[in-house]
Write a protein of this length. Structure first.
Lengths: 500, 148
C-alpha cells in the first residue's frame, strides 16, 4: 500500500522517457506530456488523500531497513507540497501548449519539464539526506536546461549566474553532508534526529548547521544570498518562469523546514535566531526591490524573495502556530506566484511587452485578464478574504503570541509595501491608457490570450479564491503538518517502523 | 594522515573560492573542478581513515569476522563524482554558448538580463562610464539606440 509514495516520483520520469522517445513528433510529445502531468496530478492528490486519512507513511526502497537503505517518507508537509506540485505541473504543461515556441520544444522542453517535476517531488518525499542532494541535482540540471533553451542572450546571461550560485550551494550542501556523516555516522534524517543528540561537541554541529543553512538559503533566496534569482527568473519563457517561481525556491524552504525541525534543534536560540534576522532582511529587501522594479516579471521575482522571508520567519519563530503559518504560506504562495507569472505571459501577449512603460490599457481591452490578475495579486498582498490574508495573519499572530513585536511589525509593513508594488503593476499595466508609441516587441502581433493560457490561470485563481473563502480545511491540514513537525518522534517512528 | 588531507582540503577550497570569485568564466570552471575535488576529499576524510581490511567478506561467509573499513563514504564520493562530471560537461557547453552569444567570458560585463538603464531611461548609464564602455563594446546597436 505504501507504494503510492512512489508514483509522484516515477510517473514524471516515465513521461520524460516517453517524451524523449517521441522527440521528432512534437504534437504527440505534447499530448504525452499532458497525459503524464494529468496522471501525476492525480497520483499526487491521491497521496494527499491517503496521508490525510491514514496519517504519515514511509517506505523503504529495496526493502533495506531504515537507517541503511533509502527511505521515502510522506508526512503532511511533504504531501501538501507534492499535491501543489502536481497541480502546478498540470497548469504549466497546459499553458505551454499556447506559449512555448517550436525551437524550444525541439530542444527538449517537455522531457526537461517532467524531470524537473519528478526531481521536485523526489526532494519533497525523500527521508535521506544524501538522496535529497541527488534530487536537488536532478531538478537543478533540468532547471539549467529549461532556463537557456530559448538561446537568447538574456537567458545565457541569467543562466550563467543562476548556474554559478546554485552549483556553489550544492557544493556547500554536500560539504555539510560529509561533515555531518563524519560526526554522526548516518544520513537518514529520522536516524539523525537521535544521532545528533549523542554528538559531544555541539559547537561543531552548530557550524555544520550553518553550512546547511547557507546552502538552503541560496536555494530559497534568503538575504543576502538571493542574487541569482532576480537575474534569471525573468529571462526564460513564461511557463518556465512560472514553474521555477512556484517550485524551486520552495524546495529550499522545505529542506530548511525539514532539517531545522527534525535534526538541528539542539541550539534553537542560535540557529533560529540567525534565521529570524535573515528572514526580516529578506522580507524588507525583497519588497524594496519589487517596489523599484519596472518589469512585470522582475517585480514578481523580487516578490518571491520577500515572500520566502515570511515562510522562513514562520520557521524561525518556531511555535506550532508559526509553523502552521509557514506551511499555509507555502501552499498559498506556490499557487499564487506561479499564477502571477502565467498572467504576466498573457499580459505580454495582449500588451506586447513585459516592460511596464510599454504596457497599458489591459483593463479596458482584456477585462477578464484584469479580473484574473486581481485575485492572485491582491491575495499576495494579503487582502481579505483572499488566501494571502490568512497566511499573513497566521504568521503575524504567531509573532505577537511570543512577543516578537518587531518581526510582526516588519511583516505588516512589508505587506503594505507589497500592496504598493501590486497597485503599481495594476496601475501601469492594466489601468493606465496604452502608450501611443508602444509597439509589440520582436514583431509579435498583439493578440488576445487564448483559452490554453486563460484556463490554467482561471483554475489557479479559482483555487486561490477557494482557499481564501474556505480556509478551514487547509489551515487544519497545515496544523496537522505543524503538529508533526513539532513532534519529530512521529516522523522518526514512522520511518523506523516503530509502533508507538 | 588526517591532518595532511584536511590541510590539503582547506588549501583546495581556498584556491577554488579565489578562482570562482575572479569573475572570469574560465577561471570559474577551474575553481569548480577544484572545489568538487576538495569536497570529495572532505567526505573521504570526514568518513574516517583507517588501516584495516577492505570491506570484502570471505567466500561462503555471511558476516565479516574482522573489523572492516566503512564503504559508505566511498559510495557517496562516487555518486558525487558522477554528478560532478555531468554538471561539468553542462557548464562547459553553457559557458561556451554564452561566450558565442555574448562575446565575453567576464561575468562583470554581462549586463543583458539586468540592464543598467532601467528600461524607461536609456540615458541613465551615461553617469557610469565604465559600464557604458563595456556595453558599447558589447552591444553597439543598443548603445547607439540608447543615445539617439
Amino acid at each position: 500500500m505504501n507504494c503510492v509514495l512512489l508514483f509522484p516520483i516515477i510517473l514524471p520520469f516515465i513521461t520524460a522517457a516517453a517524451a524523449l522517445w517521441l522527440k521528432t513528433d512534437l504534437k504527440r510529445q505534447q499530448q504525452i506530456s499532458l497525459l503524464g502531468a494529468l496522471l501525476h496530478c492525480g497520483a499526487a492528490l491521491f497521496l494527499l488523500s491517503t496521508v490525510s486519512r491514514g496519517g504519515m507513511i514511509a517506505m523503504q526502497v529495496g526493502n533495506w531497513p531504515a537507517p541503511f537503505g533509502i527511505t521515502l517518507a510522506a508526512d503532511h508537509l511533504s504531501v501538501i507540497l507534492v499535491a501543489v506540485t502536481g497541480i502546478l505541473g498540470l497548469a504549466v504543461v497546459v499553458y505551454s501548449r499556447s506559449e512555448i515556441q517550436a525551437h524550444v520544444l525541439e530542444g527538449g522542453y517537455h522531457p526537461l519539464m517532467q524531470i524537473l517535476i519528478g526531481g521536485v517531488c523526489g526532494a519533497f518525499l525523500t527521508g535521506d539526506l544524501f538522496n535529497l542532494y541527488v534530487w536537488f541535482e536532478v531538478m537543478l540540471m533540468a532547471s539549467f536546461g529549461l532556463l537557456v533553451l530559448g538561446r537568447e542572450q538574456m537567458q545565457y546571461d541569467g543562466g550563467v549566474k543562476y548556474v554559478m550560485l546554485n552549483l556553489f550551494s550544492t557544493l556547500l550542501f554536500i560539504t555539510g553532508i560529509g561533515l555531518l556523516y563524519g560526526m554522526t555516522g548516518t544520513l537518514n534524517m529520522a536516524d539523525l534526529h537521535h544521532a545528533v543528540a549523542t554528538v559531544p561537541d555541539k559547537g561543531l554541529l552548530t557550524a555544520v548547521a550553518a553550512v546547511f543553512m547557507t546552502a538552503f538559503g541560496i536555494k530559497a533566496g534568503l538575504f543576502p544570498l538571493f542574487f541569482w534569482l532576480p537575474v534569471s527568473y525573468h529571462t526564460p519563457p513564461v511557463a518556465v518562469s512560472a514553474i521555477l517561481a512556484g517550485l524551486l525556491t520552495k524546495v529550499g524552504v522545505y529542506a530548511m523546514i525539514r532539517l531545522f525541525t527534525l535534526v538541528f534543534i539542539f541550539d534553537i536560540a542560535w540557529t533560529h535566531g540567525v534565521l529570524l534576522i535573515a528572514a526580516i532582511f529578506t522580507m524588507v529587501v525583497g519588497v524594496l526591490g519589487a517596489a523599484a522594479g519596472n518589469d512585470f516579471r522582475r517585480i514578481l521575482s523580487f516578490h518571491i524573495i520577500s515572500q520566502v522571508g515570511y515562510m522562513v520567519l514562520g520557521l524561525a519563530l518556531f511555535t506550532p502556530l508559526a509553523l502552521t503559518g509557514a506551511i499555509f504560506y507555502l501552499l498559498h504562495h506556490m499557487i499564487v506566484k506561479a499564477n502571477l507569472f502565467l498572467i504576466s505571459g498573457a499580459a505580454r501577449r495582449a500588451g506586447g511587452s513585459f516592460a511596464l512603460g510599454s504596457l497599458g490599457g489591459l483593463y479596458k481591452n482584456n477585462g477578464w485578464l484584469a479580473l484574473l490578475f486581481f485575485i492572485p495579486a491582491f491575495s499576495l498582498a494579503g487582502f481579505p478574504p483572499l488566501s494571502g490574508f490568512w497566511a499573513k495573519m497566521l504568521i503575524i499572530r504567531a509573532g505577537l503570541e511570543i512577543h516578537a513585536y518587531f518581526a510582526a511589525a516588519v511583516a505588516v509593513a512589508v505587506g503594505l509595501l507589497t500592496t504598493y508594488s501590486m497597485t503599481k503593476l495594476w496601475g501601469e499595466a492594466f489601468w493606465k491608457p496604452r502608450p501611443a508609441d508602444a509597439s509589440a516587441e520582436d514583431g509579435d502581433v498583439l493578440q488576445r490570450p487564448d483559452i490554453g493560457m486563460l484556463l490554467p490561470i482561471a483554475v489557479l485563481a479559482g483555487l486561490t479564491l477557494f482557499i481564501g473563502l474556505m480556509p478551514g480545511p487547509f489551515i487544519s491540514m497545515a496544523e496537522k503538518a505543524a503538529f508533526e513537525l513539532t513532534h519529530p518522534e512521529i516522523y522518526v517512528n514512522a520511518v523506523m517502523g516503530i509502533v508507538p | 594522515m588526517e591532518v595532511v588531507l584536511s590541510l590539503l582540503c582547506g588549501i583546495m577550497a581556498a584556491v577554488s573560492i579565489y578562482l570562482m570569485l575572479s569573475g572570469n568564466l574560465i577561471r570559474f570552471i577551474f575553481g569548480l573542478v577544484i572545489a568538487t575535488n576538495a569536497v570529495n576529499l572532505l567526505i573521504f576524510v570526514a568518513g574516517g581513515l583507517s588501516e584495516i581490511r577492505p570491506p570484502l567478506i570471505a567466500e561462503n561467509a555471511e558476516f565479516p569476522t574482522t573489523p572492516m573499513a566503512n564503504a559508505l563514504p566511498q559510495a557517496l564520493i562516487l555518486t558525487a563524482i558522477v554528478i560532478g562530471f555531468a554538471l561539468l560537461t553542462f557548464i562547459f557547453i553553457l559557458f561556451y554558448k554564452t561566450y558565442q552569444s555574448l562575446g565575453t567570458v567576464d561575468a562583470e560585463s554581462m549586463r543583458v538580463s539586468e540592464p543598467l538603464n532601467l528600461y524607461q531611461n536609456p540615458d541613465q548609464n551615461q553617469y557610469d562610464p565604465h559600464h557604458r564602455q563595456i556595453s558599447e563594446k558589447l552591444f553597439p546597436e543598443q548603445a547607439k539606440a540608447g543615445t539617439s
